[in-house]
Each structure stands twice: as C-alpha cells, then as structure tokens.
Design a protein around this ligand. Structure first.
Ligand code: PEP
Ligand code: CO
Length: 442
C-alpha cells in the first residue's frame, strides 16, 4: 500500500453527492492501488517546458473537449482531437517560429463543475450532469444519480486514451513527415485546410533538404504531448496522489497538468490546498471577478519558491472585459515578482445562448478575447504565453462563425457536446493561423 497522505478537512465546492458512502469507499480503495496514469518524471519535464513559457521562450497550446465522454472514447475521436491539436501546433510553430508545448484536455477530463446543481425540463427537476466520471447525461433519474464506480471507469478510460495518445505521438504517426496525413476529412478542403497544406508542403521541402544534407533528427519522429484535466473531484485526485519513490514528493498521477476551475478556486478551500501539495505543474482559472490580492495570495500559496512553470494562470475574462479586468492582475503579479505562465482561455467568458436555446460561442468573440489578451500583455511587457481551447476533431456546428460561417440558426445541426460548445477542426485551425500572426508581431 502506498503511504497515505493526510488531507486537511477544508470547505470543498462542487463535490458530487454520492448516495452510497460504502460504494464510494469501495471505489476509492480500488483507485488507491491502481497504477499511475502518468509518471513523476513526465510531470517534471512538463514543468521544465512550462518554465520556458514563463520565461517567454515558448508558447503552450492546451486543447480538447469540454467534457470527455465514455461514448466518445474511441480511436477515431481521440485521433481527430489529437490531429487538431497537432495541426494547430504546426501552424503556431511554423508561423511564429516558436516552440509549442502541446497539452490535451484529454485522458481525464471527465468531471464538470456546474453553475446550477439541478436542471429542470417541462416541470421535471433532476441533478445536473456533472461529467461521465460522476453521472450520465441521459435525461433519466437513474442516469443522473452520482455513481462512484464511474470514478473507476474514468480512470480506465483515461488509461486507454493515454495509451493511444502515447502510441500515436511516439510510434511514428506524429513524425513530421506525416504532416499531410493529419489534414484529413472535411478540413482538407476548407480555406484553413488549404492554407495548412501550403505550410505542410514547405515543411516537406525543408525536410527533404535536410535529409539530402544527411540530417535526420530524432526530434522530428516523435511529439511530446501532455495530458491535463480539471482537478474537481477531490476523492478521485487524492486517491491518485502518490509519493514518488525517487524524490519522496507527492504527485497527482491522474494527469500531467491539473487545473482548478473558476468555481472552485476559493482561498482557504480544499481545491487550492490539493494542488499546493502536489509537485505537478498546475493551473488556476481566473475570471473577471479575481482581485489582485487573490492572485498574489494564490502565487504565494501555490508557488512559494517562485519556480517558473509551476503555476499557470488561465485567464477567461470574456472579450468585453479582458482589456479592463486583466491588466490589474498581470501588473500585480509582475510587481510581486512571481513567474507565472499567462494562458488565455477565450472560451468560458464568451458563452451565450442562441434564440433556440443552444449554448454557443461566437468565433469572432473568441478571437477578440485573444486579441485583447495579446494587447494587454504587449502593453505591460509580459509574455502572452498560451491558449486554452475547447475543441473537437469533428465537423460539429456548436460555435457560430469562422470562414465557413456557421450561422446562429445552424448551431443545432450537429450539436454533439456533452457540456460546452467546442470549436470544430476547421475553426480551430483558422484560430491557430490568427494567433500565429499575432505571435509574429513581437
Ligand atoms: C472548463 O474549463 O470547462 C470550465 C468549467 O472552465 P471555468 O472553470 O473557467 O469556468
Ligand atoms: Co467548458
């Protein structure tokens, strides 16, 4: 048995209401002895990579589903999401000539905080869907009941995803000579897909030139790819927090990077306490109500040794607030001398409802928040270090806009998300071109 860690009893927001405590204990006992999904050394490598971002030498791209589902944990779906992130990374790396750290909202993103604990339809009220790791999306009382065995299932699903991601990224599929192969299906014919083909062609020529010179660097054969999710369910994350035999330090081995959401980032709360104790690189989402004092206190709690890369602030202000809400926070953190990675989540502050009641986001609002994020950091002399995007590899119609122009009344056509609206592959690629252009104007 691994050494148990003592966890203090602190207020914890957004925890599931498990109907059966014995069943919960059984599930946690199972989790506590299951092997790690990620290794401490990999977390240390990501910390180092994010350290480079904090110092302005690279850019971090985080992307994936709002809520992964067991049903979408298929080879095709995983591959399509991975391809989308890899294509975006190529566009950013090539366009901005900057190393890109690649992180998937994948292999663990099974737990969702919700603004409302219940949902009402036609006079019937049931618990809100909280992610496949807790309950089921189906509109049915049994399905909506929190089931602790789902924690175990989320672990196994994450392991299966990671296994495929590792195979794809290490086993030749992510070899730079495959850049054309990632540009598949519907995206290939789109404007962004065509623009991508031109870059891929240039990369081909560069590789052929290097090969002719006798150079065949190992770096081109594999891709470093890390897994991230929101650390929401404390029982799950604690069961997967293990003491590393090498260093004696605790690591949460459920994912390389864990972040705390906007709804659970209370100072003095159990979520920030959890991530203060683990050695993984960590993130905190900051919405427009964040005060300077809170930001500084978080830095002191979570990164007292001021290690670059340890703490990422994922800001999600909304396109209409980013230019006023972000500067005071960035200035305060900079003045206090805390190294953080500044990462823009242009999704969660820009969610609106269509007239036929679909949650959506407008592509131009997403772009505008990123433009605002760049403006603020440029004005303050800080590094706009990354972006955090909800996306899918599929041809969905969940977000309005983009060159192919999904109209508001078309949002319902292919609306497949279990939670928030995601950019489709083409919109994601288009966004990457946009951001690469912003990064070039350094
Ligand atoms: C999310 O990332 O899916 C999320 C719920 O974000 P936030 O905590 O920023 O609202
Ligand atoms: Co979301």
């Amino acid at each position: 048995m691994p050494t148990p860690i003592e966890w203090p009893d602190l207020p914890a927001a957004q925890q599931p209401e498990w109907p059966d405590q014995d069943a919960l204990e059984r599930a946690l006992d199972e989790l506590r002895v299951l092997p790690p999904l990620v290794f401490a050394g990999e977390c240390d490598l990501l910390l180092q990579r994010l350290g480079d971002v904090a110092l302005g030498r690279s850019f971090v791209l985080m992307g994936g589903d709002c809520a992964e589902t067991f049903a979408a944990n298929t080879a095709n779906s995983i591959r399509a999401r991975l391809q989308t992130v890899l294509q975006m990374a190529i566009v950013l790396t090539y366009g901005a000539q900057l190393p890109v750290v690649k992180v998937g909202r994948m292999a663990g993103q099974y737990f969702k905080p919700r603004s409302k604990t219940t949902e009402t339809r036609d006079g019937v009220t049931m618990p809100s869907y909280k992610g496949d790791g807790i309950n089921d999306l189906a509109w049915d009382a049994d399905a909506r009941r929190a089931d602790p065995q789902r924690l175990v299932r989320a672990y196994h699903a994450s392991g299966a995803t990671l296994n495929l991601v590792r195979a794809f990224t290490q086993g030749g599929y992510a070899d730079l000579r495959q850049v054309h192969a990632w540009n598949q299906d519907f995206v290939r014919m789109s404007a962004a897909g065509q623009r991508y083909e031109r870059i891929a062609g240039e990369i081909d020529r560069a590789l052929a030139f290097m090969a002719a010179c006798g150079a065949d660097p190992e770096e081109f054969r594999r891709v470093e790819f890390f897994a991230a999710h929101e650390a929401l369910v404390l029982d799950y994350e604690r069961a997967l927090t293990r003491i590393d035999s090498r260093t004696g330090d605790p690591y949460d081995v459920s994912g390389h990077f864990l972040w705390i959401g906007e709804r659970t980032r209370q100072l003095g709360g159990a979520h920030l306490d959890l991530v203060s104790r683990i050695r993984n690189p960590i993130g905190v989402k900051l919405g427009p109500s964040t005060t300077r004092e809170q930001a500084i206190e978080m830095c002191e709690l979570l990164n007292p040794d001021r290690v670059p890369g340890r703490l990422t602030f994922i800001t999600r202000m909304g396109h209409d607030k980013v230019r006023t809400a972000l500067p005071p926070i960035v200035s305060a953190v900079t003045d206090a001398g805390h190294p953080v990675v500044w990462c823009c989540d242009p999704m969660h502050g820009n969610t609106i409802e269509t007239s036929d009641h679909f949650k959506t986001r407008v592509y131009d609002d997403v772009v505008d928040e990123i433009i605002g994020f760049f403006e603020v950091h440029r004005a303050l002399g800080t590094h706009p270090g990354g972006m955090h995007i909800e996306l899918t590899g599929d041809d969905v119609t969940e977000c309005v806009g983009g060159t192919e122009g999904i109209q508001e009344h078309e949002v319902g056509m292919r609306y497949e998300t279990a939670c928030d609206p995601r950019l489709n592959r083409e919109q994601s690629l288009e966004l990457a071109f946009h951001v690469a252009d912003m990064l070039v104007q350094r």
